[in-house]
Each structure stands twice: as C-alpha cells, then as structure tokens.
Design a protein around this ligand. Structure first.
Ligand SMILES: *Cc1c(COP(=O)(O)O)cnc(C)c1O
Length: 398
C-alpha cells in the first residue's frame, strides 16, 4: 500500500455508529421528529416528480431563494451549497491550502476542522478554551497575532461542549483575524443568536449552516454565506453537481414548512431546559450551558455511565479521553421526552446508587425487555424507593 499517503494509512475512518434498531440514538444530534403524515405525503409526491434523469441545477431550483427567505440571509451575501456542511469544511480548507498556510480552531471543538487541515498538509493550531468551555479572548487574540491563520474556525454554539461564546468576544476575534473566519452555526437554530445578518458585510466573515441539526441530517444540505468575492472564489472549486436532485427538492420543501420544523425545535429546547434543570440539581453532575440540541455534562465515572446507558439500549457520546478538558464528560443529544426520561433514570441510578438493582422503573423496563426478566424482580423491588426519589428531584427543581 506504499502508493497511499503514509499519513492517511495511519488514520482511522470516521466511525459512523452501527446502531441496533431498538436503541435510543442520542449520539449524533439528530432530531427525533419527522414531518406530519400530511406533509410526508406531499413531500413524497414532489419527490416522485423529480427529474432524476437530468443533472440537478442548484442555482435555478429555487433552493437558494428559499434559504434566503427562511433565514433572512442579507442581499449583500452570496450563498454556496455543500453536500452537508462537512463538504464545505473541506472545500473552505482547500481554498486556503497553500504551502505554509495555517488553520486555527478552538479546542475542544468539531474534529473535522483539524482533520481537514491535516489532509491538505496545512499547519494546524488548536487554541484551548477555558475550563468552563468559554472562549478566552486574550488567548485567542494572542494566537491570531502569533500564527496569522489563513482560516479560523469558530463553532457558535460550540460542539461538543454546547457552550455559546459571548458575542462580544466573537466579534473581537473576527475584527482581529488576519484571514477568513468561519462562524459554524450548525446549532444556530437552538441558540437564538446568529452572525447571518452580518454575512456579506466584509470579506473575512463566512457563516456556515446546515439543515442537519434541525431535522434533516439525511438530506446532506449545508450552506455558507459570505461576500460575493469569497463565495465567488469558493464556487470555482465546488464540484459540479455536488447536490443531488432529491435533496434539493426535499430541502426546499422543508424550508417552505418551517412552522413544523420550528415546532420541533421549540419542543427540543423545552426538553433541554428541563433536562439541564434536573441534572443541575444533582450535586454530582456538572452541567454546561447549552445553546444546542444536546447537553454536555461531567459526572463521576463517565465511562461507566456510558456503558450503563448502552446496557439500557441508549447510545450517547463519550467525550472522556478525547481531550484533556473533556475529562469525565458525556454528550447527550436531546430526544423525545420519554427518551430523555430514560437517560435521566439511568444517570440517576449511576450517580446515586451505583447498583443495577436500584434501577429506576423506566430504565428497568427497557433492560427487562432485553435481558428477559433477569432484572424484573429487582426493578419492582427498587421501583417504590426510586419513585420517591424521582418525585423528590422533580420538586427540588420546582
Ligand atoms: C454536525 C456538525 C457539522 C456537520 O454538519 P453536516 O451538515 O451534517 O455535515 C458541522 N459543524 C458542526 C459544529 C457540527 O456539529
């Protein structure tokens, strides 16, 4: 295999979790809801009319206009579409990839920033966040001064931490940056703040967004807005026909039915608040503020908690071990209310009892299904005591 680049031979492929059907999947910030039956049928009809024998035309299919309309993208900004924002991360890196150029990101953050810098042979500088995952303005400004990056990535809110940085800090960083700054707003819909209104105002600022985290991860639709000059350069390296006909139709349909999308987002935000209130009331758990559709927590023996969730057929993301600042952290995507309750049940059991026999009813019933009654007796015995605690935790948070 010596004809393959040695650095690639040493990499591991991005592992997409192969999750059994009956698992509660809370590892990848997917939305648990789909359109109502009526809209699903309308969508199916539109898809059946797709001219899949023709090459798609993203410019004329009306999707860009629908994006402008749905998200109030300024006239001054131009838009480029990507096959997921992941593709745009790759293309934006390619755009600045000349010998000696530096890419900078905050850490911990989205791993693809660093990965793509490495793929294109660029210098990479990771600037650490504060221990509470806030942005350290002085550290970032000093790093900009020292390394003069051609490209700076800033996820706002950040992943995998969920913490939204202070807007003034981000503004100061944009002002000081010598090169392109991409504000990655994958979770913008859940935070209530955005740099989209500023897109197009200056050549440095690019705002990257995606439909993935608002319910359409399967469509693979990302978009970046910025000045006509920079987006014009980017257009030169976007592969022709990178978007497929079905996605373009489905995405446009989604944007024309934002009422339902926003209702789903609203429900997830309510659940996020509830989850973080309950978890914050447990003194063993440190909950980080989240502006996204997930919550990152630090708790005792995170690895064990992760495994217990797995035993209860719930998949979350174990962050422990991926970065020094993420010691004993878990990232939990917000799901449906009943799914979130099961997460809480397992975590409560993990934090306060540390024995399976004390499992709360919800988690116990899931386990029972898979371990054929092994846990049934224990669960019933534990149920009464657990119920009392459950109510108590509820009343504590009022
Ligand atoms: C999920 C995520 C992306 C990738 O989104 P896709 O559009 O699905 O490729 C990009 N940036 C951040 C910060 C993310 O969390």
């Amino acid at each position: 295999m010596s004809f393959v680049r040695p650095d690639i031979r040493e990499m591991k492929a991005y592992a997409v979790a192969d999750v059994p059907e009956d698992f509660i999947k809370l590892d990848a910030m997917e939305v648990p809801y789909r359109f109502s039956e009526t809209l699903q049928q309308q969508l199916a009809q539109e898809l059946s009319a797709a001219e899949y024998n023709r090459y798609p035309n993203p410019a004329s299919c009306g999707l860009q206009a629908a994006l402008r309309d749905a998200f109030a993208i300024p006239e001054a900004a131009k838009i480029a579409l990507g096959n997921g924002s992941d593709e745009l991360i790759q293309l934006l890196t390619m755009l600045v990839a000349q010998p000696g150029a530096t890419v900078m990101a905050l850490e911990p953050s989205f791993v693809m920033y660093r990965h793509n810098a490495a793929l294109f042979g660029l210098n990479y500088v990771g600037v650490p966040l504060n221990a509470d995952f806030s942005l350290n303005r002085d550290t970032v400004l000093a790093a900009l001064e020292e390394h003069r990056p051609a490209l700076l990535w800033l996820a706002y809110p950040n992943n995998p931490t969920g913490v939204p940085f202070a807007r003034e800090d981000v503004e100061a960083v944009i002002a000081a940056a010598p090169g392109l700054v991409v504000i990655d707003e994958a979770y913008g819909a859940f935070s209530g703040d955005s740099f989209l209104p500023q897109a197009g105002q200056n050549d440095k600022l690019l705002v990257l967004r995606t439909l993935s985290k608002i319910g359409f991860a399967g469509l693979r639709l990302g978009y970046v807005s910025g000045s006509p000059m920079v987006i014009g350069e980017l257009e030169k390296i976007v592969p022709p026909y990178n978007m497929n006909a079905f996605s373009l139709i489905a995405a446009k349909f989604a944007l024309q039915h934002m009422d339902e999308v926003n209702a789903h987002i609203g429900r997830l935000k309510d659940e996020r608040r509830l989850m973080s209130e309950i978890l914050s009331s447990w003194d063993k758990v440190q909950v980080f503020e989240s502006g996204a559709n997930f919550i990152t927590v630090r708790l005792p023996e995170a690895q064990k908690a992760f495994e217990r969730l797995k035993e209860a057929r719930i998949l979350v993301k174990l962050l422990h071990g991926s970065h020094a600042l993420l010691d004993n952290c878990l990232r939990v995507t917000i799901g449906k209310p009943e799914e979130n309750q099961q997460v809480l049940a397992v975590l409560q059991q993990h934090c306060f009892y540390n024995r399976h026999s004390d499992l709360l009813p919800a988690a116990a019933s899931r386990m029972k299904r898979h371990k054929r009654g092994v846990w049934a007796a224990a669960a019933i015995a534990g149920a009464l005591a657990a119920m009392v605690l459950w109510l108590l935790s509820g009343s504590l948070i009022g």
